[in-house]
Design a protein around this ligand. Structure first.
Ligand code: PRP
Length: 212
């Protein structure tokens, strides 16, 4: 039996993923050691390997087959546009991709104005404005703290993730339009899905049983 390799997006999602895996009997003791500098963890008994990667890199590892399976947010899947199978909604990490800004900017969205949109997700923003709304906009790529953009006058609106909404509220901004719901998803390499179908199908089946 060969190893099945998992790429997990670093941070909150990885923790929740490991908790879900534990419930179906998949554990990785090595990974729990907080002081470790190791990058890859092995469960010899089950022939599984796990590694943590930056979220946006997870679909890349999975497309190229460096990982058979990945767990990553739907936002990253949409933004990266990789050739991978999305096989399961894990139901955690729930949030929304939204167009946000000050209330007044709502008018600019209604009247097809040429506005500036700041975002960490240019592909999602382009698809939404060009293909769905048919509104020409200028998209400005940022790498974080996106809410700053309309406050300091870089853009009229932003496209960003909203979870609790408190970042928006505390900065005098709000949701203007909702683009799509998001959550953590399991993704699979297209060749692995064929070659390791039995093991991967069992994993999906077991996870479905314990998901809320
Ligand atoms: C995300 C997102 C929002 C915030 C939304 O940012 O970009 O800023 O969380 O959460 P809330 O609705 O619960 O306030 P993150 O903390 O990942 O950091 P970033 O600004 O560097 O992207």
């Amino acid at each position: 039996m060969r190893y099945l390799t998992f790429a997990l997006g670093k941070g909150r999602l990885a923790k929740q993923t490991l908790a879900a895996f534990e419930k179906i009997g998949i554990t990785c003791q090595e990974m729990k050691d907080k002081d470790t500098r190791k990058l890859i963890f092995v469960n010899e008994e089950l022939k599984l390997k796990f590694f943590l990667a930056k979220g946006p890199d997870v679909p890349t590892y999975v497309e190229y087959g460096a990982a058979d399976i990945g767990v990553v947010g739907k936002d990253t899947i949409l933004e990266e546009g990789r050739n991978i199978y999305e096989v399961l909604d894990l139901g955690f990490g729930k949030c929304r991709m939204c167009v946000c800004g000050p209330k007044e900017a709502g008018e600019l969205l209604k009247h097809q104005e040429l506005i500036r949109v700041a975002t960490k997700y240019p592909r999602i923003a382009k698809d939404y404005f060009y293909n769905k709304k048919r509104q020409t906009v200028e998209i400005i790529k940022l790498n974080g703290s996106i809410e700053l953009a309309p406050i300091v006058g870089l853009s009229e609106v932003i496209v960003d993730i909203v979870e609790t909404g408190s970042t928006l509220r505390e900065n005098g901004l709000g949701v203007l339009e909702e683009i799509c719901p998001l959550s953590a998803r399991m993704v699979v390499n297209q060749v692995s899905m064929k070659m390791e179908n039995e093991r991967i199908s069992k994993l999906i089946y077991d996870l479905r049983e314990i998901l809320p």
